[in-house]
Design a protein around this ligand. Structure first.
Ligand SMILES: [Zn+2]
Ligand SMILES: [Zn+2]
Ligand SMILES: [Zn+2]
Length: 89
C-alpha cells in the first residue's frame, strides 16, 4: 500500500542542500559526527542520531522544524519528524 505523503513534505518546493559538509554545532565543541542532515525549514546542517550529540534531533525539539534531508552524498531521502515519514526522491 502506498503511504500518503504528509503535508510538511508536500509543501517543499525546492530542497535546501548542505552549504558546508559539516555539523556546525559539532565544530563549535570539537565533537565528531557520523552522518549529516539538512533542515528544510532553515537550511542548517547538523548531525544524525548515530552521532554522539544528535544535533539535528535537538534542533527539531528546539525549533519544531519538521523536515530534514540526508546531506550524505548518494543518499536521496527526506524525513518528517512529527509524522515519522521517510520518503525517497
Ligand atoms: Zn510531516
Ligand atoms: Zn553535531
Ligand atoms: Zn531548522
Amino acid at each position: 500500500m502506498t503511504q500518503a505523503i504528509c503535508a510538511h513534505i508536500q509543501s517543499i518546493e525546492e530542497l535546501k542542500t548542505a552549504e558546508k559538509y559539516a555539523c556546525e554545532e559539532c565544530i563549535k565543541t570539537g565533537s565528531r559526527w557520523v552522518h549529516l542532515r539538512t533542515c528544510q525549514t532553515c537550511g542548517v546542517t547538523l548531525c544524525c542520531n548515530d552521532s554522539p550529540k544528535k544535533h539535528m534531533t535537538a534542533h527539531n525539539h528546539a525549533t519544531g522544524h519538521p523536515v530534514i534531508i540526508s546531506a550524505e552524498p548518494g543518499e536521496r531521502w527526506l524525513w518528517c519528524f512529527p509524522d515519522e515519514q521517510f520518503v525517497e526522491y
